[in-house]
Design a protein around this ligand. Structure first.
Ligand code: HEM
Length: 246
């Protein structure tokens, strides 16, 4: 359920939501300009590209959501904890099942950059839960923003009908993404942080983008290998090449 109830704002100056947007502006531009995101913006996403992306998103959200769940009562997590509205893991599982069938778990292949990202998520979930907000912001607010367009492009490029295979992009618990983003920002602003903690959250948000960018770059590299291998040897050989390389 969406609720507009929030704690009073921190009075130490500019809001966290504004600061986080400002400090990640350049990183956002760089993320948008990765080859994978450029393909998206050209409306050219292939099934292989999308399936590889889903695999990485699955690992990322599994780590993010397990750490958010475990720290749900932490004062820096509780205000931005919206599992009913935002949780993506189940949707990703259904999307993967749609493409890979019932044994999809065996087909999940991710590059080293995805492992580095999930390791960081686990580490901060364990040692610095104050920083989880930076990662939750980067993924969920992105999914509720540009992500909505990416969903439509995926559906069109892959010729999918209805929500099949693209549940990841749909948020049935969020009736208005813009209003929800406002609520989320006000909840972020209600988190009580010392100046040092606030700076750490801002640094971690930039880092969160820096963890996403190499994932997209690595996926693109995996694709060139898959394409080369499949044109030379056929698809089975391509997936063997992938698991050896990554
Ligand atoms: C916000 C586009 C990729 C994270 C937005 C907004 C747009 C957008 C139009 C709304 C800006 C606003 O409300 O002022 C895109 C496009 C992308 C892309 C076209 C690629 C094709 C990404 C990626 C990430 C990301 C890869 C992170 C991994 C965010 C975040 C916000 C956002 C966190 C919320 C900003 C805020 O209001 O604080 N994006 N985006 N975006 N995007 Fe992206």
């Amino acid at each position: 359920m969406e609720s507009t109830k929030s704690k009073p704002r921190d009075s130490t100056g500019s809001d966290l939501s504004e600061q986080i947007k400002a400090v990640t502006k350049d990183s956002h531009v760089r993320a948008e300009n990765t080859q994978l995101m450029l393909s998206y913006q050209k409306g050219q996403i292939t099934p292989t590209q999308y399936k590889l992306l889903l695999c990485s998103l699955y690992e990322i959200y599994q780590a993010l959501e397990e750490e958010l769940d475990r720290n749900a009562a932490h004062p820096a997590v509780q205000p931005i904890y919206f599992p009913q509205e935002l949780a993506r893991l189940e949707s990703l599982e259904l999307d993967l099942e749609h493409f890979f069938g019932p044994h999809w778990r065996k087909r999940v292949t991710v590059p080293a950059a995805t492992h580095r990202y999930t390791q960081r998520l686990r580490e901060i979930g364990k040692n610095s839960p104050d920083l989880l907000v930076a990662h939750a912001y980067t993924r969920y607010l992105g999914d509720l923003s540009g992500g909505q367009v990416l969903g439509k492009i995926t559906q069109k490029s892959l010729g999918l009908s209805g929500n099949k295979g693209i549940l990841f992009f749909s948020f049935p618990g969020v009736s208005s993404p813009n209003r929800f983003k406002q609520l989320y920002r006000s909840r972020m602003n209600s988190i009580e942080l010392t100046e040092q903690q606030r700076q750490e959250v801002l640094d971690e948000a930039t880092r969160a983008f820096e963890f996403n960018i190499p994932v997209f770059d690595d996926l693109q590299k995996m694709l060139s290998i898959t394409e080369e291998a499949s044109s030379e040897k056929g698809n089975d050989a391509a997936s063997k090449t992938l698991s050896k390389t990554f």
